[in-house]
Design a protein around this ligand. Sequence first.
Ligand SMILES: Nc1ncnc2c1ncn2[C@@H]1O[C@H](COP(=O)(O)OP(=O)(O)OP(=O)(O)O)[C@@H](O)[C@H]1O
Ligand SMILES: [Mg+2]
Length: 273
Amino acid sequence: MSMHPVQVIAVTGAKGGVGKSNVTVNLGIGLAELGRRVVLLDADLGLANLDILLGISSKSNISHVLSGQCSLRDVLVEGPCGIKVVPASSGTQQLVSMGPREHAGLIHAFSELSDDIDVLLIDTAAGISDMVVSFVRAAQESLFVVTDEPTSITDTYALIKLLNRDHEMYRFNILANMVRSQQEGRDIYQKLVKVTDRFLDVALQFTGCIPYDESVRKSVQRQKAVLEAYPRSKAALAFKALAAKVDSWPLASTPRGHLEFFLDRLVQGAHVR
Ligand SMILES: Nc1ncnc2c1ncn2[C@@H]1O[C@H](COP(=O)(O)OP(=O)(O)OP(=O)(O)O)[C@@H](O)[C@H]1O
Ligand SMILES: [Mg+2]
């Protein structure tokens, strides 16, 4: 087993379209610019987001790894700034619903890589599906992307409540996206704190905010990350600040900080249900 610590962060947010995939991609590039070796795992089955956002394509995906046709290294696609992407496929569903024997193979496949990874970022799907819950509870850290829409706040609250009540999670990082001002970002965070403080025993951390910026939309259309296409835009600068902050998060020196531990938890969670 590799002893190299890997920071595993799930990017989530319950509501669709709040910017989870853009946050994953730009946080990943931001961390790579700081010298981290970053792998993005596209865990959104519905729409294979990351490869479209980055304008990359792949022949194989994780289901080919699980069936033994190729190694994980073979499915990784290289993105900007040297980040690597594990493309989405129906294999992602397999990840959380397979039997113990395949788990061993999967853990082996990832452990071959873990010496070459510093950060694994997981882009989860919208909603509160078992799969989303599995990824978030297995990761060391989670980043909840929230916008000012009332449904974003209520959906995020519902996900936090589920994770707290059923999975004993109590620490959550909140990122406000598409804000018109810093104050709006703080207000979104405060709205969430108000309901969680009233009904749950959880600690919400304000991780910061990303401004609403047309450059994000334009770069999505160009199939490029905003950090690449418009590196001096307001959104890009905010993503760089976010990366610096995330980079300063302490890395668990316990088994929790190992990739194998994440995979163990990921597959165990599937068994418990
Ligand atoms: N900071 C921002 N400023 C302006 N537009 C943004 C910003 N963040 C995201 N968007 C817009 O919102 C759209 C949805 O973003 P994204 O695909 O990242 O959301 P998502 O949460 O991953 O969605 P899904 O739930 O469908 O996976 C993007 O196409 C982009 O145009
Ligand atoms: Mg997405």
